[in-house]
Design a protein around this ligand. Structure first.
Ligand code: AHR
Length: 510
């Protein structure tokens, strides 16, 4: 599928004239800040709303669910390094045995958490693994701790992974799959402080130890055991869980969403917002840095060797769901504002590569900050999809150390850093720089100094920007906001000069 190549415009034509301020950036091309794990660009697909049914799958003429080719093609184009499933909160309500065997014999369940809809378990383990194979991605399976038993989880692990002769591998073969799937990333519960059982960290740590004990390594796969991490800034959760169970944990799954407004009263609107809302959402997105720093401190206390990954297993913007959409389905539009919160958040992850090795934006299709929205047979790529696409160059690359005079975006007597960046070097030795200007009013010129400037030239550049803060794509205008070729970068007097319009993201290849 040719997603973008047909839409090459000159961005400079569309830019309004504005006074730019100048900022210095120095990139240390010889200094590594760590490897940017591709797993930071992971995704999440829960049985929620129209994410699974009517998102990744659709009904065929016989009423059976089949994988949507158009959605899968777009995701393959993007590259999905991992996919977390079946939840989210749903994971602790999920009984995997309901989702295997002949479809007409699978029991139905009511998805009480998300819209109260009846789930007929059409998509279960085999169907998910088929999707994983098509996407060529690494699955992350989250087991049920909140309402399940150790035996159930251990059996699921055995069903998915056992290579030899065992009760569960026999059952798997009876259901049409001889070979094990070799799934190594395994979540032991989800949000166990909340929808996953409302536990205290002390209790969860003990329970975690017990459940994790029965995920036995086989010769084909050793479990990478992921514990339910904290909610946002709950550092005590991390402290207690790491202290009591850290020796059995491989990854700790922190969840933090970016909301404007409040959880208790009213969240902000996805499209209908003003600059005060823009500023607030950017402010909340930047909080991710402080939150990761706080959890890292706790993890360092109990794991100074930094063996345990900090996984940001759910992140992204969460707005009031679109008016008229089914309550509990968390369907929201996605604008330039969401896109820039995503690029800023990815930049933050890249500042913490010593711990942050995996992350999952929520959720892939039709739910929260999705990559793709669908309506019947139609689909569109969101601005956030385009951010992930522009950042592809950083995956598995070496992050480069840099200094950036980030300037200030001022609003109503408050201020935020205006600029954010990532610089990396790929395996072929190309340097890639991404710059985000969150200021919706002020253009910025960035003067970049790199070592060996004589040999630097800009070989490619793309920009994502728009006149309107709430620019977005619709089913009528799916290409309203897409990256276009960027011609605002040049080498001059031994410096790389980048003219960043207000509210824009630029990625350059040098
Ligand atoms: O992503 C939506 C929900 O947010 C997930 O089910 C839950 O884990 C989190 O609270």
């Amino acid at each position: 599928m040719k997603l973008l190549s047909s839409i090459i415009l000159s961005a400079s034509l569309a830019m309004p004239a504005m006074a730019a301020s100048t900022h210095k950036m120095t990139v240390e091309t010889e200094e590594s800040a760590g490897t940017i794990s591709r797993h930071i660009y992971g995704h999440f697909a829960e049985h929620l709303g129209r994410g699974i049914y009517d998102g990744l799958w659709k009904k065929d003429d016989n009423g059976d669910y089949i994988i949507r080719d158009d959605v899968v093609d777009a995701l393959k184009e993007l590259g999905v390094p991992n996919l977390r499933w079946p939840g989210g909160c749903f994971a602790d309500y999920y009984f995997w045995e309901d989702g295997i065997g002949p479809k007409d014999e699978r029991p139905s369940v009511v998805n009480n958490l998300w819209g109260g809809v009846t789930e007929d378990n059409s998509v279960g383990t085999h169907e998910f693994m088929d999707l994983v194979a098509e996407l060529e991605t690494d699955p992350i399976v989250v087991g049920n701790v909140g309402s399940g038993t150790v035996e159930e989880m251990a059996n699921w692990w055995q069903y998915i992974n056992h290579p030899g002769n065992s009760p569960m591998s026999k059952l798997r073969a009876e259901n049409g799959r001889e070979k094990p799937w070799n799934v190594k990333y395994w979540g032991v519960g989800n949000e166990s402080w909340g929808c996953g059982g409302n536990m205290r960290p002390e209790y969860y740590a003990d329970l975690y130890r017990r459940f994790a004990t029965f995920l036995h390594p086989y010769e084909n796969v050793k479990p990478f055991r992921i514990a339910a991490g904290a909610a946002g800034a709950d550092y005590n959760w991390t402290d207690v869980v790491m202290e009591r169970a850290g020796d059995m944990i491989d990854g700790l799954d922190l969840h933090h969403y970016t909301i404007q407004g409040s959880w208790e009263t009213h969240k902000g609107q996805a499209v209908d917002f003003d600059e005060s809302d823009w500023f607030e959402l950017m402010d909340r997105a930047i909080e991710m840095d402080e939150i990761i720093t706080g959890h890292k401190k706790m993890m360092d206390k109990h794991d100074p060797e930094k063996r345990v990954w900090l996984i940001v297993g759910e992140w992204g913007t969460w707005h009031e769901q679109q008016e008229g959409s089914i309550p509990g389905f968390l369907y929201q539009q996605n604008t330039l504002r969401d896109a820039l919160t995503a690029s800023v958040t990815l930049d933050i992850f890249h500042q913490h590569l010593d711990r942050v090795k995996m992350a999952n934006i929520a959720q892939t299709v039709n739910v929260l900050q999705a990559m793709i929205l669908t309506d019947g047979e139609q689909m569109l790529l969101t601005p956030t999809y385009h951010v992930f696409d522009m950042y592809k160059v950083h995956r598995d690359a070496t992050a480069l150390k840099f200094k950036l005079n980030e300037g200030k975006y001022r609003y109503d007597g408050k201020s935020l850093p205006a600029l954010s960046a990532t610089a990396s070097m790929d395996k072929e030795g190309r340097t890639h720089i991404s710059l985000t200007n969150i200021d919706p009013n002020q253009a910025r010129t960035v003067e970049i100094e790199l070592e060996d400037m004589d040999n630097v030239n800009v070989s490619a550049g793309r920009i994502l920007t728009a006149e309107a803060m709430n620019a977005h794509n619709t089913f009528d205008q799916p290409n309203n906001l897409v990256p276009v070729e960027f011609d605002g970068a040049r080498v001059e007097d031994g410096k790389l000069i980048v003219d960043m319009p207000a509210k824009s993201l630029v990625t350059l290849t040098l």
